[in-house]
Design a binder for this molecule. Structure first.
Ligand code: ADP
Ligand code: ZN
Length: 525
């Protein structure tokens, strides 16, 4: 092969073998390394487990001078440094967690050019006297790991990361490499701009994680759903993400009571407790961690078999990043999301209340993409990949919709029944009540309100509770009904509902799925 003649490529391949013991580059690694070695800025998007670290570690060994790696997590830095040292590579860290003696030793070694790869925290990287030192050294590369933290629009913005552009200003002659596993187009753009990357070589690996099965279920009895789900997993490792600290504790407790080895994790817990939980999880002494988004970055546990989203995340980036922690070993894993349109409305409302208009707009776009994925009626993986600009029309065969496609049916008549019922109850009541009236329930509230005297009372008695629930939710998804979250999620007809009521249009809905609704007994919301 002609490329064997290129001395740089030869050197990279040799070191890959000799030092790391790998026989081949993974997709994208070699071009990225060549870009860095040629002095060009580089943006690397590779999924978790794709082999990002090697992209800067290997070039570090093939060039003169020091490679500086900025990383947001102390534990991650420590792991990487130890791994490099074990391979005989001169690596070190500088961060606030070290004693002054440790820092001093490292600084001396740097001075004497004894270090090849230096990991630093962003705080340290931005200290003026540290930047001054760096200016004196011969630098081969500055790598910014977890680069999405730079972007305000990303899912894990860190203010000190946002400042890293300053480093660039002082070290304009050194090539930069920004690496991340998750960034949509807006975030990528932001990374390039904020870091001041100059015409960077961009490597984008496929975002597809074929071993992860994506599943969305309607959230109707969330605690029971979670318990049933976790029990079915029979002790495999998993993470359950939820939107509040309180919920993590409640869910963990109820799982514990059900005999599951579960523990909560959130930023408000004591440091030692968090460390213990993490260690137990890594050692398989705890099976399920119920966490806020504080749990995750840098968790290097290959055998996580499931990730559950108890609440819908704010963006596909977050969803992708969090679900991506499952199945790093390449074996089958599952990502389950529990979806309730009311949660979505709450989030929308919170976004709408933002003052910063630009931010509001971006967050709105990001969230509406997330919502579209949750409400998708065709392959979820296509929606996901499409969001990251990977276009395909081949359905994946490994998501709930591919495996169990919803049947469609002519739903005009039923939609008319449901919409008229919403209208007859004065557009003042939520889904559950409308369903009661449709099905001719004799519950006390229905009778008290005299809703048993409405023309729509009982017109849907041939169909089940679940059936109507699903029809109404689909009518919400499709924009014929909105839920007024200021008034107990009362259902209200939209302008579009008229054409349905007049029978002027056709309407197909997905046949309610029995497997999702089988365990639903009574709905109280
Ligand atoms: P990322 O940071 O992208 O999540 P890592 O850099 O931690 O991924 O790499 C994931 C795993 O893949 C590591 O165990 C790493 O040693 C391994 N790896 C990386 N590159 C190669 C390669 N070319 N051949 C074989 N294994 C590799
Ligand atoms: Zn699919």
């Amino acid at each position: 092969k002609s490329e064997q003649n290129d001395p740089i490529i030869e050197k990279l391949s040799d070191k890959l073998q000799e030092v790391f013991g790998y026989s081949e580059f993974r997709h994208g690694q070699q071009p990225v390394m060549l870009s860095a070695l040629s002095g060009r800025d580089t943006l690397v998007l590779m999924p978790t487990g794709g082999g990002k670290s090697l992209c800067y570690q290997l070039p570090a060994l093939c060039s003169e001078g020091l490679t500086v790696v900025v990383s947001p997590l102390l534990s991650l830095m420590q792991d990487q440094v130890e791994a490099l040292q074990a391979m005989g590579i001169a690596a070190a860290t500088l961060h606030s967690g070290l004693t002054s003696q440790q820092s001093l030793t490292t600084l001396q070694q740097l001075q004497q050019q004894q270090i090849k790869v230096l990991y630093v925290s962003p705080e340290r990287a931005l200290q003026p006297n540290f930047i001054e030192r760096l200016q004196e050294y011969q630098l081969s590369l500055i790598a910014i790991d977890e680069a999405h933290c730079i972007s305000q629009w990303g899912h894990d913005f860190r203010p000190e990361y946002g400042q890293l552009g300053r480093l660039r200003q002082y070290l304009s002659a050194v090539p930069f490499m920004a690496l991340t596993a998750t960034a949509d187009a807006a975030t990528q753009h932001d990374i390039i701009e904020r870091l001041g990357l100059d015409n960077p070589h961009c490597h984008r690996s496929s975002f597809d994680r074929p071993n992860i099965r994506y599943v969305v279920q309607e959230k109707y009895k969330p605690l029971k759903q979670i318990k049933d789900y976790v029990k079915k997993q029979q002790g495999s490792a998993g993470i359950i993400y939820c939107g509040s600290r309180k919920k993590t504790e409640e869910i963990a407790e109820s799982l514990q009571q059900a005999g599951v080895r579960a523990a909560p994790y959130h930023a408000g817990l004591e440091h030692n407790l968090k460390e213990t939980t993490l260690r137990q999880f890594l050692r398989d002494d705890v099976d399920v961690v119920v966490a806020t988004i504080a749990f995750g970055m840098g968790i290097n546990k290959p055998n996580i078999r499931f990730v559950v989203h108890f609440d819908i995340p704010r963006s596909i980036e977050s969803y992708y990043q969090e679900t991506g922690r499952a199945g790093r070993d390449g074996l089958p894993a599952e990502a389950l999301m529990l979806f309730d349109p009311r949660d979505a409305q709450w989030i929308q409302r919170m976004i709408d209340e933002q003052d910063n208009e630009h931010r509001r707009l971006i967050e709105k776009q990001k969230f509406s993409a997330m919502q579209a994925m949750a409400e998708a009626q065709t392959c979820r993986r296509l929606v996901l990949l499409n969001y990251f600009n990977e276009f395909s029309d081949k359905e994946c065969g490994n998501c709930d919709l591919c495996l169990d496609p919803p049947q469609r049916f002519d739903a005009l008549k039923d939609a008319q029944k449901a919409l008229s019922c919403v209208f007859r109850v004065g557009q003042q009541f939520g889904i559950a009540h409308v369903v009661e009236v449709l099905r001719g329930s004799k519950n006390q509230r229905v009778l008290e309100l005299k809703h048993d005297q409405l023309s729509t009372y009982g017109i849907g008695q041939d169909e089940s509770h679940e059936y109507w629930f699903s029809v109404l939710r689909q009518l919400i998804h499709r924009g014929f009904i909105v839920q007024d979250i200021r008034r107990f999620a009362a259902l209200q007809l939209t302008e579009e509902a008229r054409a349905i009521l007049r029978g002027e249009v056709e309407l197909e809905l997905a046949k309610p799925r029995t497997n999702l609704t089988a365990t639903r007994t009574s709905i109280t919301d």
